[in-house]
Design a protein around this ligand. Sequence first.
Ligand code: SAH
Length: 216
Amino acid sequence: MIEVKEWRHERERMVKEQIIARGVADKKVLDAMMRVPRHLFVDKIYEHQAYNDYPLSVGHGQTISQPYMVAVMTELLELEPGDIVLEIGTGSGYQAAILALLCKMVYTVERVSALKEAARERLEKLGFNNIAFLIGDGSLGWPQYAPYNAIVVTAGSPEVPNALIEQLAEKGRLVIPVGGEFFQTLNLVRKQKGRIFRKEVFECTFVPLLGKQGWK
Ligand code: SAH
């Protein structure tokens, strides 16, 4: 990734005051959050708010998640450099950028083509070459490149989609907000010896995962 110096001071503050202060300790995650220029993932009019402690609109009724949420979800994935990762809900591409710095390859699925196009363009400009994009219903995953060592869903789902459990590798980790249309609980799902283990992490609020195995 191309290094961007602008807003560095704000980025540092974000990492210290919002992320380290709340208990995220994984050095690699903190370093990625320090490097990715979040202000380039929002509209110019929101640039000065990009490092604040809340989600922001990215148009089409969608949002770029709060920085802390991105950090926690990434930490829960326990990524290794060789991992293949699936993200559902490309949105601005910010979470994909963080993931791409910590693993071998990111496959990201988005249903709104204008968002995917904008994300692809900005990630390309930043020099990422390990992110692949798909337009489609991410509640069905992306079977072609399965199994994935880690899967992250950045939209709220009524249930954990079966397709995603199927596409998770042995010892894989899946992080997904599960619950109602407006409030969910972040779930960490693991596959071990073919068995599924599920843990609730904390309450959260995401836009809905729309699709066959999401909200109809
Ligand atoms: N990860 C994003 C935040 C995404 S917000 C970021 O870092 O900016 C959630 C996204 O999920 C939205 O862009 C929405 O369009 C998308 N989405 C909702 N349902 C989907 C589905 N079934 N398949 C793929 N994307 C979906």
